[in-house]
Design a protein around this ligand. Sequence first.
Ligand code: S3P
Length: 169
Amino acid sequence: MDKNIVLIGFMGSGKTSVGKRLSMNLKREFIDMDDFIEKREGMSVTEIFEKRGEAAFREMEAELCRRFAVPKGKIIATGGGVIKSAENTENLKKGGVIIYLSSTPERIAYNLRFDNTRPLLAGDNKEEKIAELMAAREGLYNSCADITIDVSELNLEETLKEIYRALDM
Ligand code: S3P
């Protein structure tokens, strides 16, 4: 069975939009981890953080990553924090090729300027929070990635082209 194509990267880097398009173009099943968890729990990620706590959400993510350790040709958009756990990273790498959509704090802040669905960026000083969290996570994204695409100046079409080129498709 083909390897999964796993998209990692910071919140707002475009994992979901890119994943949907890859799924359409390659005719492969698409799973957005946040979306999957929200539907199953009948709650938004924000509500899960509020009512059950972040640790419970992270366990739900980990459980999904265990399933994705098996290559099944899926396109998977992860949540931005998935790389915080070495177990998750190992499982995702077992089942797939990992594509890191790398971006800048400025572009992320622009992409998320109207967004209020990310509990970790809620409240004041969104830009500072993005910059701090990104600095703390950059090394993890880089060490997990098989392929890195700098999407900070790319639109969706350009990003897809770069991905196909990197995957030799
Ligand atoms: C998170 C990213 C979010 C979501 C949750 C936590 C993170 O996913 O899983 O809000 O820790 O970076 P997106 O990257 O899809 O926004």
